[in-house]
Design a protein around this ligand. Structure first.
Ligand code: TXE
Length: 492
């Protein structure tokens, strides 16, 4: 049995509680590793290490150029260890090895991008209206940033926070999901080898309501950067507000993937499949509502159903597998419950809708790729995030109808548009209330592309140049050049 340990102040931390959280392999259903059930004392130690590293010592006085070089070194080490890190992710979350290896191999680009940006953040000298003053701005780090991450893509979603916050000069305490902490613990061990000073990056594993809550409320924490479900995100937001902390939230979605009758249907069908069945639908950007123009509704529903029926379920480690298991037992239960809800609401089950009846998959937490037709946007299956391989197909009449249905949800993370018309592509992209819009493609992300939600899909943006300012605060410095101080009772 492999056991992983936390890293605090550059050293592995003995499991103080003596209690371990089992990590189960979603394909075999068996425990494959353990992580420490962290305590509030562990959280305290991690925050103290991060606070001290950010206040004095080598990190606090390091130039941004040197910080950037460390991030480049880290990128090289990730490249070296990509296979190992990706394998850990697959054991923990059951997603396809092809998907996880692709993600881990892409991580170095984030650290290089933000490493390069570190020494290009400039303050300004203000063209002051007060000639006897010299006034300038500085962008300074916030301090200790707590990163709370989920189980679907642990290292990618951590990187979306960590690369920018380190480039900005902050320090970090990471609380990975209790379901998938192994890859994060193995990854954080690389920071010492890359040359980062002790205490810059620390981890505390454990349960959200214990460790996540303790970190969020800690007075020495300046910001909480969170990715997860919207209910937890709202609880984190409220808890952070008590200490007036900065917060960024990347939450769920119910993203519309919209197919018009002038689209290339071969591409659009593939886009619909990739939107919902890639990663078994466990993706915040899942295109879980397929909006199809009524004139092609029957044809598209049939083609998407036929394509999805060919998806190979299997061991996520095998190259031939296209759909793996659900990551956690409770999540599979949630998916099955939503399938029951959709049936009760009167949606037509066109495909799947149950646990596959295959002996070779019996130990894993599988759900068949499932498609519901005749869904109306008012149904719960069209409004609530399932986070599984469940697609709802909804007909629409024209552009205005598509915009109305697409925007009629509390979420606004992403949207897809399939059309042959450039005019329509622009019109729809402007009208959709979503932080990311893809035209004739779906599920593309990049270190240089801002990512985040409209409405209840979240607050703040990750990636892209502006993301670094999410981890900086602006100071304005006034230097008096005049002789003496004028009337002290009057605002200058
Ligand atoms: O997420 P949680 P869960 C959605 C998806 C899924 C649902 C629930 O719909 O079905 O959320 O998943 C930590 N204070 N997404 O329950 O609880 C927790 O330990 C501080 C969307 O697994 O949001 C973990 O590290 N932290 C999503 C992290 O929050 C707390 C990805 C996320 O767990 C806490 C995953 C607390 N009180 C699920 N309680 C996306 N946006 O991609 C828990 N945590």
């Amino acid at each position: 049995m492999q056991q992983f340990l936390n890293i605090v102040n550059g050293e592995t931390l003995a499991n103080g509680s003596g209690r371990w959280i089992d990590s189960e392999d979603p394909f075999t259903g068996k425990v494959w590793s353990q992580i420490p059930q962290g305590t509030t004392q562990d959280a305290e130690a991690a925050i103290a290490a991060a606070f001290d590293a950010g206040s004095s010592g080598p990190w606090a006085s390091m130039t941004p150029t040197v910080r950037g070089k460390l991030l480049h070194r880290l990128a090289d080490l990730i490249e070296r260890d990509a296979e190992k890190l990706a394998t850990l992710e697959v054991r923990d979350n059951g997603k396809l090895r092809a998907e996880m290896l692709g993600q881990v191999r892409y991580l170095p680009e984030y650290y290089r991008y933000f490493g390069g940006l570190a020494d290009k953040i400039e303050g300004g000298v203000l063209p002051s209206d007060k000639p006897d003053m010299f006034t300038y701005t500085r962008h300074e780090p916030l301090g200790v940033v707590v990163c709370i991450t989920p189980w679907n893509s642990p290292l990618l979603l951590l990187t979306w926070k960590l690369a920018a916050l380190l480039a900005a000069g902050n320090t970090a305490v990471i609380k990975p999901s209790e379901f998938t902490s192994a890859s994060t613990l193995a990854f954080v061990a690389l920071f010492k080898e890359a040359g980062f000073p002790n205490g810059v990056v620390n981890t505390v594993t454990g349960y959200g309501h214990e460790i996540g809550a303790a970190l969020t409320e800690h007075p020495k924490v300046a910001k909480v950067a969170f990715t997860g479900g919207d209910a937890t995100g709202k609880a984190v937001y409220q808890a952070a507000a008590k200490g007036m902390k900065h917060v960024s939230l990347e939450l769920g979605g119910k993203s519309p993937n919209i197919i018009f009758d002038d689209a290339n249907l071969d591409d659009a069908v593939k886009g619909a499949i990739s939107g919902i069945f890639a990663a078994s639908g466990q993706s915040c950007i899942a295109g879980s509502r397929l909006l199809v123009q009524r004139s092609i509704y029957k044809e598209v529903a049939q083609r998407v159903t036929e394509f999805a029926a060919t998806a190979q379920l299997g061991n996520p480690m095998d190259e031939a597998t296209q759909v793996g298991p659900i990551t956690t037992r409770p999540q599979r239960q949630k998916v099955l419950e939503y399938i029951a809800v959709a049936k009760d609401e009167g949606a037509t089950c066109l495909l799947g809708g149950k646990v596959p009846d295959r002996a070779d998959l019996a130990d894993g937490w599988f759900v068949e790729p499932t498609i519901f037709g005749d869904v109306t946007n008012a149904m719960r299956i069209a409004q609530e995030e399932v986070f599984g391989p469940v697609l709802s197909i909804i007909p629409f009449e024209d552009e205005e109808d598509a915009i109305r249905i697409a925007n009629d949800t509390i979420y606004g993370l992403a949207a897809g548009i399939w059309t042959g018309s450039i005019r329509r592509a622009f019109k729809m992209s402007n009208a959709l209330r979503a932080g990311t819009v893809w035209v004739n493609t779906y599920r593309a992300v990049s270190f240089m592309a801002p990512f985040g939600g409209y409405k209840q899909s979240g607050l703040g943006r990750e990636n892209g140049q502006d993301a670094i300012y999410e981890f900086l605060q602006t100071k304005c410095v006034w230097i008096n050049l005049a002789e003496g101080v004028p009337n002290p009772f009057v605002l200058r």
